[in-house]
Design a protein. Structure first.
Length: 222
């Protein structure tokens, strides 16, 4: 009840347990903190590196982003990376419908024609706070063919439940997106490198690399 995907919980206790007596000190009682797993810097760097290798990346935004109050971070990351966003039904509203990077919705029951076309044209998909249900996947064989997947979710059981992603990260959506914004911002700006090679022409492609360390521009170049 204090971990995993937030939501309503039913506690069903036998009548004799409900009527029983226990020793309880209300004066010293302290509630247990809610456990929220958070992605590490190395995990996010690896995810961004995989994303940078793609030609046509895409973000699928689930309801976990809204639950985590991380919609602004999602939009900020999408704008920095220049990547279109497809929200799920429960993630609808995480990016405004009139945003330039809003790519519509896709799947079996909630699809827009342009959203499905964007999904099928992608070669990489980053899913954050979503469950890959049939409402936004349709046929897994069609959905998964020809593209890599990274899945970020607060519930470990959700990662790999429908299909196995190329890389999975167990994390609260807000904690993950804070790092995605941080890493994407650092890797995009060449200021910390001694000599930086110009980035590729596409706004959606990889970050520039350092001629000194031959790695994507990051804190390692400082």
């Amino acid at each position: 009840m204090r971990s995993g995907r937030p939501g309503p919980v039913l506690i069903d206790l036998p009548f004799d347990v409900q009527m029983g007596e226990i020793e309880f000190d209300i004066d010293t009682y302290e509630p247990l903190p809610v456990y929220k797993p958070a992605a590490s810097r190395k995990q996010i760097e690896k995810a961004v590196q995989i994303m940078n290798e793609a030609e046509r990346p895409l973000i699928v935004a689930g309801g976990g982003i809204i639950n985590a109050d991380a919609s602004e971070l999602l939009q900020q990351f999408a704008e920095i990376a220049g990547i279109p966003v497809i929200p799920t039904l429960t993630g609808w509203g995480s990016i405004p419908d009139d945003h330039a990077l809003m790519a519509g919705m896709c799947g079996l029951q909630t699809s827009h024609r342009y959203g499905t076309a964007t999904m099928l044209a992608s070669d990489f998909v980053l899913g954050i706070g979503n469950r890959w249900t049939n409402r936004n996947t349709g046929s897994p064989w069609v959905h998964c063919k020809g593209r890599k997947f990274i899945h970020v979710d607060i519930e470990p059981a959700q990662i790999g439940r429908v299909f196995t992603p190329d890389y999975g990260i167990v994390s609260d959506a807000k904690a993950a997106l804070q790092l995605f914004v941080e890493v994407a911002t650092e890797w995009k700006a060449p200021a910390n490198c001694v000599t930086a090679a110009p980035g590729p022409p596409s706004a959606r492609r990889a970050s520039p690399t350092c001629n000194t360390c031959a790695r994507p521009i990051s804190t390692a170049c400082r």
